[in-house]
Design a protein around this ligand. Structure first.
Ligand code: PLP
Length: 287
Protein backbone atom coordinates (compact mmCIF):
# COMPACT_ATOMS: atom_id res chain seq x y z
CA UNK A 1 0.00 0.00 0.00
CA UNK A 2 1.36 3.38 -1.00
CA UNK A 3 0.52 6.46 0.99
CA UNK A 4 0.94 10.03 -0.20
CA UNK A 5 2.98 12.01 2.32
CA UNK A 6 4.05 15.58 1.54
CA UNK A 7 4.79 15.10 -2.14
CA UNK A 8 6.04 11.51 -2.04
CA UNK A 9 4.52 8.08 -2.10
CA UNK A 10 5.77 5.92 0.76
CA UNK A 11 5.00 2.47 2.08
CA UNK A 12 2.53 2.22 4.94
CA UNK A 13 5.23 1.38 7.51
CA UNK A 14 7.18 4.49 6.45
CA UNK A 15 4.22 6.87 6.49
CA UNK A 16 5.02 8.76 9.67
CA UNK A 17 4.72 12.30 10.95
CA UNK A 18 6.40 13.97 13.90
CA UNK A 19 5.06 13.79 17.46
CA UNK A 20 5.53 17.58 17.37
CA UNK A 21 2.85 17.87 14.66
CA UNK A 22 0.11 20.06 16.10
CA UNK A 23 -2.42 17.67 14.59
CA UNK A 24 -1.12 15.15 17.11
CA UNK A 25 -0.54 17.58 19.97
CA UNK A 26 -3.77 19.55 19.64
CA UNK A 27 -6.05 18.07 16.98
CA UNK A 28 -5.09 21.07 14.87
CA UNK A 29 -5.94 20.19 11.29
CA UNK A 30 -8.70 19.17 8.90
CA UNK A 31 -9.69 16.01 7.05
CA UNK A 32 -12.05 14.37 4.57
CA UNK A 33 -13.33 10.84 4.08
CA UNK A 34 -14.14 10.06 0.45
CA UNK A 35 -15.39 7.00 -1.48
CA UNK A 36 -14.15 5.44 -4.68
CA UNK A 37 -16.74 3.52 -6.68
CA UNK A 38 -15.70 1.60 -9.79
CA UNK A 39 -12.49 3.60 -10.05
CA UNK A 40 -14.35 6.90 -9.80
CA UNK A 41 -13.90 9.21 -6.82
CA UNK A 42 -17.41 10.21 -5.72
CA UNK A 43 -17.92 13.97 -5.66
CA UNK A 44 -14.24 14.69 -5.16
CA UNK A 45 -14.67 18.35 -5.96
CA UNK A 46 -17.29 18.82 -3.23
CA UNK A 47 -15.08 17.06 -0.71
CA UNK A 48 -12.08 19.18 -1.64
CA UNK A 49 -14.06 22.40 -1.50
CA UNK A 50 -15.20 21.44 2.01
CA UNK A 51 -11.58 20.66 2.94
CA UNK A 52 -10.32 24.03 1.69
CA UNK A 53 -13.17 25.82 3.45
CA UNK A 54 -12.43 24.03 6.72
CA UNK A 55 -8.75 24.91 6.34
CA UNK A 56 -9.49 28.53 5.52
CA UNK A 57 -11.68 28.88 8.57
CA UNK A 58 -8.86 27.78 10.89
CA UNK A 59 -6.25 29.79 8.96
CA UNK A 60 -4.44 26.68 7.75
CA UNK A 61 -2.67 26.88 4.41
CA UNK A 62 -2.88 23.76 2.27
CA UNK A 63 0.37 23.78 0.27
CA UNK A 64 -1.35 22.59 -2.94
CA UNK A 65 -3.92 24.09 -5.25
CA UNK A 66 -7.29 22.40 -5.61
CA UNK A 67 -6.22 21.12 -9.02
CA UNK A 68 -2.99 19.70 -7.63
CA UNK A 69 -4.75 18.03 -4.74
CA UNK A 70 -7.33 16.55 -7.12
CA UNK A 71 -4.48 14.97 -9.08
CA UNK A 72 -2.79 13.75 -5.89
CA UNK A 73 -5.97 11.97 -4.79
CA UNK A 74 -6.46 10.38 -8.22
CA UNK A 75 -2.79 9.33 -8.33
CA UNK A 76 -3.06 7.76 -4.87
CA UNK A 77 -6.11 5.76 -5.97
CA UNK A 78 -4.37 4.61 -9.15
CA UNK A 79 -1.09 3.68 -7.51
CA UNK A 80 -2.98 1.43 -5.15
CA UNK A 81 -5.10 -0.05 -7.96
CA UNK A 82 -8.11 0.80 -5.88
CA UNK A 83 -11.26 -0.06 -7.77
CA UNK A 84 -13.60 0.58 -4.88
CA UNK A 85 -12.70 1.80 -1.45
CA UNK A 86 -12.14 4.68 0.88
CA UNK A 87 -9.82 7.68 0.85
CA UNK A 88 -8.69 9.57 3.93
CA UNK A 89 -7.25 12.97 3.28
CA UNK A 90 -5.59 14.66 6.26
CA UNK A 91 -4.02 18.10 6.44
CA UNK A 92 -2.51 18.78 9.85
CA UNK A 93 -0.90 22.00 11.02
CA UNK A 94 2.52 20.39 10.82
CA UNK A 95 5.56 20.20 13.02
CA UNK A 96 6.12 23.03 15.49
CA UNK A 97 7.08 23.55 19.11
CA UNK A 98 5.03 22.54 22.15
CA UNK A 99 3.14 25.85 22.34
CA UNK A 100 -0.34 26.33 20.93
CA UNK A 101 0.73 29.01 18.47
CA UNK A 102 0.32 27.59 14.96
CA UNK A 103 2.87 30.05 13.55
CA UNK A 104 5.57 27.76 14.97
CA UNK A 105 4.50 25.24 12.30
CA UNK A 106 5.96 26.37 8.97
CA UNK A 107 4.35 23.75 6.76
CA UNK A 108 1.24 21.61 6.93
CA UNK A 109 1.55 17.84 6.66
CA UNK A 110 -0.59 16.42 3.86
CA UNK A 111 -1.47 12.74 3.87
CA UNK A 112 -3.65 10.75 1.47
CA UNK A 113 -4.51 7.15 2.31
CA UNK A 114 -6.52 5.03 -0.14
CA UNK A 115 -7.55 1.56 0.94
CA UNK A 116 -10.26 -1.07 1.01
CA UNK A 117 -13.27 -0.13 3.04
CA UNK A 118 -14.53 -2.41 5.77
CA UNK A 119 -18.13 -2.32 4.60
CA UNK A 120 -20.97 -2.43 7.06
CA UNK A 121 -22.55 -5.91 7.09
CA UNK A 122 -25.35 -6.46 4.59
CA UNK A 123 -27.52 -7.60 7.49
CA UNK A 124 -27.55 -4.01 8.74
CA UNK A 125 -29.01 -2.68 5.50
CA UNK A 126 -31.68 -5.36 5.57
CA UNK A 127 -32.66 -5.24 9.24
CA UNK A 128 -31.77 -1.68 10.15
CA UNK A 129 -29.68 -0.27 12.95
CA UNK A 130 -30.68 0.32 16.52
CA UNK A 131 -29.54 3.66 17.86
CA UNK A 132 -29.95 5.83 20.94
CA UNK A 133 -29.73 9.52 21.76
CA UNK A 134 -26.94 10.54 24.10
CA UNK A 135 -26.06 13.23 26.60
CA UNK A 136 -23.09 14.60 24.61
CA UNK A 137 -24.26 17.73 22.81
CA UNK A 138 -23.23 19.07 19.42
CA UNK A 139 -20.97 22.05 19.93
CA UNK A 140 -22.62 25.32 19.04
CA UNK A 141 -22.05 26.84 15.61
CA UNK A 142 -20.81 30.07 17.17
CA UNK A 143 -18.14 28.25 19.20
CA UNK A 144 -16.40 25.76 16.94
CA UNK A 145 -18.55 25.50 13.86
CA UNK A 146 -19.50 21.89 13.07
CA UNK A 147 -19.01 22.70 9.36
CA UNK A 148 -15.27 22.68 10.05
CA UNK A 149 -14.27 19.07 9.58
CA UNK A 150 -11.38 19.41 11.98
CA UNK A 151 -9.13 16.79 13.51
CA UNK A 152 -10.72 17.62 16.83
CA UNK A 153 -13.43 14.97 16.87
CA UNK A 154 -13.64 14.43 20.61
CA UNK A 155 -17.30 15.39 20.67
CA UNK A 156 -18.08 12.76 18.10
CA UNK A 157 -15.89 10.19 19.84
CA UNK A 158 -17.78 10.78 23.09
CA UNK A 159 -21.01 10.12 21.19
CA UNK A 160 -19.56 6.86 19.88
CA UNK A 161 -18.43 5.86 23.39
CA UNK A 162 -21.89 6.55 24.78
CA UNK A 163 -23.48 4.55 21.95
CA UNK A 164 -21.24 1.56 22.63
CA UNK A 165 -21.82 1.75 26.38
CA UNK A 166 -25.53 1.58 25.59
CA UNK A 167 -24.88 -1.56 23.53
CA UNK A 168 -25.44 -0.03 20.08
CA UNK A 169 -23.18 1.13 17.26
CA UNK A 170 -24.37 4.65 16.64
CA UNK A 171 -26.20 7.48 18.37
CA UNK A 172 -27.80 10.81 17.68
CA UNK A 173 -26.55 13.94 19.37
CA UNK A 174 -28.75 16.89 20.16
CA UNK A 175 -27.67 20.50 20.04
CA UNK A 176 -27.60 22.79 23.06
CA UNK A 177 -31.29 23.58 22.58
CA UNK A 178 -32.31 19.95 22.53
CA UNK A 179 -32.96 19.70 18.80
CA UNK A 180 -31.54 16.73 16.94
CA UNK A 181 -28.28 17.58 15.14
CA UNK A 182 -26.71 14.43 13.69
CA UNK A 183 -24.96 11.14 14.44
CA UNK A 184 -21.32 10.72 15.45
CA UNK A 185 -20.27 10.66 11.81
CA UNK A 186 -23.52 10.63 9.89
CA UNK A 187 -26.44 12.87 9.08
CA UNK A 188 -30.00 11.93 9.98
CA UNK A 189 -33.23 12.01 7.98
CA UNK A 190 -36.85 11.41 8.92
CA UNK A 191 -39.54 10.25 6.52
CA UNK A 192 -43.00 11.48 7.39
CA UNK A 193 -45.64 10.95 4.72
CA UNK A 194 -44.18 12.41 1.54
CA UNK A 195 -41.68 14.52 3.46
CA UNK A 196 -37.96 13.99 3.85
CA UNK A 197 -36.79 16.02 6.81
CA UNK A 198 -33.21 16.66 7.92
CA UNK A 199 -31.84 19.18 10.44
CA UNK A 200 -30.47 22.42 8.96
CA UNK A 201 -26.75 23.09 9.28
CA UNK A 202 -27.63 25.77 11.84
CA UNK A 203 -28.81 22.95 14.13
CA UNK A 204 -25.23 21.63 14.16
CA UNK A 205 -25.45 19.17 11.28
CA UNK A 206 -22.48 18.90 8.96
CA UNK A 207 -23.53 19.56 5.39
CA UNK A 208 -22.69 16.01 4.40
CA UNK A 209 -21.93 15.20 0.78
CA UNK A 210 -24.18 12.14 1.09
CA UNK A 211 -26.85 14.29 2.77
CA UNK A 212 -26.74 16.70 -0.17
CA UNK A 213 -26.96 13.87 -2.67
CA UNK A 214 -29.98 12.38 -0.85
CA UNK A 215 -31.69 15.77 -0.77
CA UNK A 216 -31.19 16.10 -4.52
CA UNK A 217 -32.38 12.54 -5.15
CA UNK A 218 -35.37 13.07 -2.86
CA UNK A 219 -36.32 16.12 -4.82
CA UNK A 220 -36.01 14.27 -8.13
CA UNK A 221 -38.07 11.38 -6.81
CA UNK A 222 -40.91 13.69 -5.82
CA UNK A 223 -40.44 13.99 -2.07
CA UNK A 224 -40.93 17.25 -0.27
CA UNK A 225 -37.44 17.86 1.10
CA UNK A 226 -37.23 20.05 4.19
CA UNK A 227 -34.39 21.27 6.35
CA UNK A 228 -36.17 21.70 9.64
CA UNK A 229 -35.47 21.55 13.35
CA UNK A 230 -36.92 18.51 15.07
CA UNK A 231 -36.92 16.91 18.48
CA UNK A 232 -36.53 13.37 19.78
CA UNK A 233 -40.32 13.09 19.82
CA UNK A 234 -40.42 13.71 16.06
CA UNK A 235 -37.84 10.97 15.60
CA UNK A 236 -39.86 8.47 17.65
CA UNK A 237 -43.05 9.07 15.64
CA UNK A 238 -41.45 9.24 12.17
CA UNK A 239 -42.53 6.70 9.55
CA UNK A 240 -38.88 5.97 8.81
CA UNK A 241 -35.51 7.17 10.07
CA UNK A 242 -32.22 6.75 8.24
CA UNK A 243 -28.61 7.87 8.52
CA UNK A 244 -26.40 9.03 5.66
CA UNK A 245 -22.64 9.28 5.34
CA UNK A 246 -19.73 8.50 3.08
CA UNK A 247 -18.99 5.18 4.73
CA UNK A 248 -22.55 4.18 5.68
CA UNK A 249 -24.28 5.45 2.51
CA UNK A 250 -27.92 5.11 3.61
CA UNK A 251 -28.71 3.00 6.67
CA UNK A 252 -32.24 2.45 7.94
CA UNK A 253 -32.85 2.80 11.66
CA UNK A 254 -34.97 0.15 13.36
CA UNK A 255 -35.17 1.52 16.90
CA UNK A 256 -34.38 4.79 18.67
CA UNK A 257 -34.14 4.81 22.47
CA UNK A 258 -36.15 1.60 22.53
CA UNK A 259 -38.97 3.00 20.35
CA UNK A 260 -39.56 0.87 17.28
CA UNK A 261 -39.52 2.98 14.11
CA UNK A 262 -42.21 2.04 11.58
CA UNK A 263 -42.40 -1.73 11.53
CA UNK A 264 -38.87 -2.13 12.85
CA UNK A 265 -37.16 -2.65 9.48
CA UNK A 266 -35.80 -0.19 6.92
CA UNK A 267 -38.94 1.12 5.25
CA UNK A 268 -39.74 1.33 1.53
CA UNK A 269 -38.62 4.95 1.22
CA UNK A 270 -35.26 4.26 2.86
CA UNK A 271 -34.75 1.29 0.54
CA UNK A 272 -35.76 3.33 -2.48
CA UNK A 273 -33.30 6.11 -1.60
CA UNK A 274 -30.47 3.65 -0.92
CA UNK A 275 -31.09 2.07 -4.31
CA UNK A 276 -31.19 5.47 -6.02
CA UNK A 277 -28.00 6.50 -4.23
CA UNK A 278 -26.15 3.34 -5.30
CA UNK A 279 -27.24 4.03 -8.86
CA UNK A 280 -26.08 7.64 -8.60
CA UNK A 281 -22.56 6.77 -7.43
CA UNK A 282 -22.12 4.64 -10.56
CA UNK A 283 -23.78 7.11 -12.95
CA UNK A 284 -21.77 10.02 -11.58
CA UNK A 285 -18.63 8.26 -12.79
CA UNK A 286 -19.95 7.91 -16.32
CA UNK A 287 -20.31 11.62 -16.88
N1 PLP B 1 -21.53 14.37 10.21
C1 PLP B 1 -20.26 14.26 10.64
C2 PLP B 1 -19.91 14.82 11.99
C3 PLP B 1 -19.29 13.64 9.86
O1 PLP B 1 -18.03 13.55 10.28
C4 PLP B 1 -19.67 13.10 8.60
C5 PLP B 1 -18.69 12.41 7.78
O2 PLP B 1 -18.01 13.02 6.99
C6 PLP B 1 -21.00 13.23 8.18
C7 PLP B 1 -21.90 13.88 9.02
C8 PLP B 1 -21.46 12.73 6.86
O3 PLP B 1 -20.93 13.51 5.82
P1 PLP B 1 -20.55 12.92 4.39
O4 PLP B 1 -21.82 12.46 3.76
O5 PLP B 1 -19.94 14.05 3.67
O6 PLP B 1 -19.62 11.79 4.63
Amino acid sequence: QQIFLNGEFVQKQDAKVSVYDHGYLYGDGVFEGIRVYDGNVFRLKEHLIRLYESAKSILLTIPYSLEELTQIVVDTVNRNNLHSGYIRLVVSRGEGNLGLDPTSCPRANVVVIAEQLALFPQELYENGMEIVTVATRRNRSDVLNPQIKSLNYLNNILVKIEAKLAGVQEALMLNDQGFVAEGSGDNVFLVKGNKLITPPSSAGALEGITRNAIMELGDTLGYEVEEKLFTRHDVYIADEVFLTGTAAEVIGVSKVDGRVIGDGKPGPNTQRLLKAFRQLVVEDGEK
